[in-house]
Write a protein that binds this ligand. Structure first.
Ligand SMILES: Nc1ncnc2c1ncn2[C@@H]1O[C@H](COP(=O)(O)OP(=O)(O)OP(=O)(O)O)[C@@H](O)[C@H]1O
Ligand SMILES: [Mg+2]
Length: 261
């Protein structure tokens, strides 16, 4: 397998007044093409910062990120990014928001509307197309953002807590939808969540990050596919993996508390 994303000794610091806050310290990681990689880690450990760097939106303080052997210095069309905070345009309706990336690429109106309407249906927002972001709930905003990311069919998906704001049933539905989309496609997914069950149900590989973006655990999830996200938690192996990840997260958290003290 070839690495589609290669993170090479990346560090990132932010200046808080006079003080330098090192968020990522010398982090290296390879993401194989076609894999579904999930990152979990305590709040503030640098997951979103890492995705921002990988997406080409934020420069690293040092180190390099490669996308298929070329240096990632700006966002690329093949890489879709669902950021942690929604960035829908407040003056555009749901459908006009979802269509936006297609409009930018010069796709004709009829095709745009067809693609957008199909995705709006898939994320469960049918009948809400004409509403504006201010009229949507948090979970609906997330789903509209998801549809917008998917409309250009990117080969690589960076997803930062996409399903966190959804109710349990809807989350299962969209997890299932994402797996179906991914399994048939050869796409690469780098996915951030706080939900261990979600990480196990979706991922080929789960990374537990600690302070400074240190990889505390890099675990391959070899549960068979296709997976039924609603039932996978009843498998004995699921419980074992859950323990393993939970313990690694405890290590990550205690590390972070030490840094904060
Ligand atoms: N633009 C910025 N300027 C200054 N500090 C920042 C900036 N972005 C992130 N940070 C700091 O970097 C650290 C990591 O933030 P980040 O958003 O990457 O964490 P996270 O792991 O995604 O957390 P969460 O799980 O809560 O989303 C935090 O201490 C945060 O204050
Ligand atoms: Mg984050």
């Amino acid at each position: 397998m070839t690495a589609v994303i290669r993170i090479e000794r990346v560090s990132k610091s932010f200046l808080h007044g006079q003080q330098e806050n090192t968020v990522l310290a010398d982090m290296s990681l390879e993401i194989q093409q076609g894999s579904f990689v999930v990152m979990v880690g305590p709040s503030g450990c640098g997951k979103s910062t890492l995705l921002n760097i990988v997406a080409g939106l934020l420069p690293a303080s040092s180190g390099r990120v490669f996308y298929k052997e070329s240096l990632m210095v700006a966002p690329r069309l093949e890489v879709g990014y669902l950021t942690q905070k929604d960035t829908l345009m407040p003056w555009r309706s749901v459908e006009r928001n979802v269509e936006l990336p297609l409009e930018i690429r010069g796709i004709d109106r009829v095709s745009r509307e067809r693609i957008a309407s199909d995705l709006i249906g898939k994320v469960g927002l049918k009948n809400y197309e004409k509403l504006y972001p201010r009229q949507l709930s948090g979970g609906m905003l997330r789903r509209a953002s998801l549809a917008r990311m998917l409309c250009t069919d990117p080969e690589t998906l960076l997803m930062d807590e996409p399903f966190g704001a959804l109710d349990a049933q809807l989350r299962l539905e969209l997890q299932g939808e994402l797996l179906r989309l991914w399994e048939a496609s050869g796409k690469t997914v780098l996915f951030v969540t706080h939900d261990i069950e979600e990480a196990i149900a979706l991922g080929d590989r789960v990374l537990v990050l600690g302070s400074g973006g240190q990889i505390i655990l890099d675990h391959t999830i070899d549960l068979p596919r296709p997976r039924d996200v609603g039932r996978i938690r009843f498998q004995p192996q699921f419980v074992e993996i859950h323990h393993l990840l939970w313990n690694a997260l405890m290590v990550a958290r205690s590390q972070q508390q030490e840094v904060a003290l």
